[in-house]
Structures are given as C-alpha cells and as structure tokens.
Design a protein around this ligand. Sequence first.
Ligand code: NAD
Length: 400
Amino acid sequence: MGERIDFRDGRWVVPDHPIIPFIEGDGTGPDIWRAARRVFDAAVDKAARGKRRVEWLEVLAGEKAFKQTGSWLPDATLDSIRAHRVAIKGPLTTPVGGGIRSLNVTLRQLLDLYACIRPVRYFEGVPSPMREPQRLDVVIFRENIEDVYSGVEYRAGSGEADALIGFLAERFGAKIRPGSAIGIKPMSKFGSQRLVVKAIQYALRAGRRSVTLVHKGNIMKFTEGGFREWGYEVAKERFGDKTITEDETGKGKAENGKVIMKDRITDAMFAQLVLRPDEYSVIAAPNLNGDLLSDAAAAQVGGLGLAPGGNVGDGYAVFEATHGTAPKYAGLDKVNPGSVILSGAMMFEELGWTDVAEAIVRGLGGAIRSRRVTYDLARQMAGATEVSTSQFAAGIIEHV
Ligand code: NAD
C-alpha cells in the first residue's frame, strides 16, 4: 500500500512506497509517459533493491480529462495533486479559445510554485553547436510569480493605461508617451529572497560551488537591483557560515567548502555562459531573465528535446517535460522520452532519492552513447541507429 509524501519543518518526508500522481499528457504524452514509467520503476528497483517502490496514481487533465469528465482540468485532479504534494506531467494541448484554465497557471497559483527549476547539462554524443558543450552544467532557479510576467498589463489606448500614464505624470512627473501600452514589474524582497534561498539550499545539498544572481540592476535599480541586494542579504543572514561572496574570496579569504555568492548583469551572463560556462553552477534569476537564460542554455547543450523542468514551492512540486505534445507523432512510439525522464530524475533528487536520480541519468547517458536513439537525435548523430520510444527506454534500462 502506498502512502502520501509529507512536508514538515521545511523538509520532504518520503515513505518507502510514496503515491505520486501523474498526468500522462496529450498527443505523444502517453508514448513518452509509458516509456518514462518503465525507466523510473527500473531505476527505483535497481537503486533500492525492492525496498522502495513508487505507487503511480493517474490523474486527468487535458483531452483525456475532457473526454471522460467534460472538464479540461477537473477539480479532482487539483485536489489530488494538493493532497499528494508532488506530481509529474507530460505535455498538454493548450485548447484554443477563451475560458479554459491553464493547468500550469492554475497549479502555480494554487500551490504557490514559486521556483521554476531547469537543470542544463550535456550528454556525450548529443549534437551541439558548441565545441565543448560538456563545460556547461548549471541548474537555473527562475522566480515564477513576479516580475513583468505578473499579468498586470494594459493595452495601448485603454482607459487603464491612459489613467496610469496620467497619474504617473501628475503625481511623479514621469514622462510616458501618451497612448503607450503599460505593463507593471513588481518584484518583492519576500519573493526574491525565497527564490534565492531555494537556490542556496540546493547548492548546499548538491555540493555545488557557487550561486550566481543574474539581474539587470545597472538599469532597473529598484526591481532588478533589489533582487541582487536582497539575494546577497539573505545569503548572509540565513547562510552566513555556509556562503562567502566572490568579493571576499578576491580578497584572499579561503572558501573552506562554502558556496560562493556572485552576481552578473543579464547581458554579460549570456556571454559568460557561452565563453566561460564552467565558472557557473547554480543560477538564481528573476522571472524574465530566467526564462530567456533557460532556453539559451538548453540550446547550447543540444536543444530543448532533452530539457527537464520542475515547478517547486514550499511543500509542493510539479515536474514536467518542457516540450509540447508533438501531435503529428501521437501513438507512433517515435518521439524522444528524454525530457520527461530527466524531469523524473529531478523529482527523485528533490525528494532525496539521489541514488534513483543518478541511476536514471546514468541510464540515459549510456543509451545515448550507444547511439541507439530516437529519430530526433539519430538524424543528427553520425553512425546512429534510429529506435522507437519504447526501444530507447529499454536501452536506458539496460544502462541503469
Ligand atoms: P512541440 O514541442 O509539441 O513541438 C515542436 C517540435 O518539436 C515539433 O517538430 C515536434 O515534433 C518536436 N518535438 C516535441 N517534442 C518532442 C520529443 N519528445 N521528441 C522528439 N521531437 C519532439 O510544440 P508545438 O508544436 O508548438 O505545440 C504542440 C502542442 O503542445 C500545442 O497544443 C501546445 O500548446 C502544447 N504545448 C504544451 C506544453 C506543456 O504542456 N508544457 C509546452 C509547449 C507546448
């Protein structure tokens, strides 16, 4: 019998037989989920030798939910994810037309999943545009709620936009061209610091060397500049004995195994990731910077096809493939299950089942090195043999 995962005193409490809800997803979702689940079960079995096992619990969302219940996102699904705290999902079709709740947005709001986490690493053999793609190995923590993505935005010429422009001119003498569209960029100390705390906690847990705050504080002094200032402040206040700033190390202070806190201006950071990728390990960034950096970094190691993701709050987390449903290949057992498989590895790492996460990553790395890969990789790899989704999963299991 499975048991629920709990969260107490800031820590996951994970039973040996946790119940984990999954959404298989639309389009190619069922193909990749089937493959991923086999890999997860094999990795758990291998790492725990039968002592641990996941009890997977299907919950409905997307087209399958609509067919069976008339709702794209049934309340029962949200209730189940909330009750079980940790879930994993395949891609969902975004139905065209208004009035439909987006699962990601709903969950983010409901469970306050404020950190979007994207690990980016290279797997030997994957085609990449870089000469030495293996030098990049970062985990990006992107703030998920605030910033210009907070949704406070008004159309050009609307009453709201015009009223705001008038108010800012009258009260503060701010000069904004009449008729402009207006978007608001709220960034709080609370929202910034809890994100940075997550990044530092991860760096400490995973034995990573540095946390870099990425901001555009030279121009946006109070929002992005605030992010930088609050980030350093919380590192000092809460992790003073475990972190050291880059400035301090420059003055000859020994690191003594502490996490080095540094910061970079966003535009310079894009260049740094290309030119000196090995100097970065964990990155903490506001919403927009983090969004852009995540995809740019993923492209450097061979694209989004293998990029996993997780949305994590305090005591709640949802992991997911970062690609879409690839509908033209649905049911063909053809597409690459790597993204959802690596999302599962992230999930196990978050839950403290590091041995399982390592087994999954090892398996995937081995399968890619054997050059028996799905079409998307095979067409770009010299001497590769194209295999189906399920054959690729079998290859991963062989290397677990
Ligand atoms: P997509 O990611 O489905 O496809 C983009 C391209 O990548 C296509 O050529 C596709 O064949 C290929 N591709 C995607 N996943 C692949 C995989 N695992 N292996 C090999 N090739 C893969 O993006 P799209 O076509 O823009 O969107 C299709 C649908 O997915 C839309 O309904 C969209 O709203 C939805 N979508 C969902 C999510 C999500 O749930 N997180 C994310 C993006 C898009």
